[in-house]
Design a binder for this molecule. Structure first.
Ligand code: HEC
Length: 153
């Protein structure tokens, strides 16, 4: 009986260790500026950075759309940075990204989708700007914590 418990416990530890390695920790190293470096292949890094430039374009278009009182433009820009933007993600990426990174990334895409829907449904400029200001705390928080490095790990 004792043996069974020991066997059960050690298999839980192994499973726990694998879950930690594959879903929580990601492919990380300590960066020299104090942030956490996520170590990716060149292709994976290029994908993440292209996604980031998409975020920046969306922010610019949303602000311009609000100024021009063009909620259609706001909604389109929001949608472009929404969850659909992650559909072409390389299959190798989710395992390499730390869980905390994904917990900042997914809600950011989701918030852009919500902003798009609210821009079409409510169409209130103040609301859009508040939503943008609030979702951009994710940009700030993630950039303060993570950087990308190319390498093998
Ligand atoms: C989940 C984490 C995360 C979130 C959220 C995030 N970024 Fe980033 N972003 C990064 C990382 C990591 C880099 C690479 C920084 C480095 O290596 O120093 C980056 C880089 C960038 C770059 C540089 C792109 C290039 O081609 O070099 C831009 C622009 C950018 N982010 C804009 C944004 C904007 C705007 C938002 C919010 C709407 C945002 N990011 C949200 C993690 C994030």
């Amino acid at each position: 009986m004792k043996f069974l418990w020991t066997a059960l416990l050690s298999s839980w530890l192994v499973i726990g260790g694998l879950v930690y390695m594959f879903f929580i920790k990601g492919s990380v190293a300590e960066a020299n500026d104090g942030r956490t470096a996520i170590v990716l292949t060149e292709g994976e890094r290029d994908f993440v950075l292209a996604e980031m430039r998409g975020f920046l374009t969306a922010v610019q278009q949303i602000i311009e759309g609000v100024d021009e009182k063009d909620m259609k433009k706001v909604a389109e820009a929001g949608k472009a940075a929404g969850a659909a933007a992650t559909r072409t993600m390389p299959g190798s990426l989710p395992r390499k990204l730390p869980l905390a990174f994904k917990q900042l990334g997914h809600p950011t895409h989701k918030a852009f989708d919500e902003l798009a829907v609210e821009a079409s449904d409510i169409g209130d400029a103040g609301h859009v700007i508040r939503k943008l200001g609030s979702l951009m705390t994710n940009c700030v928080a993630c950039h303060a914590t993570y950087k990308l490095e190319v390498g093998t790990k």
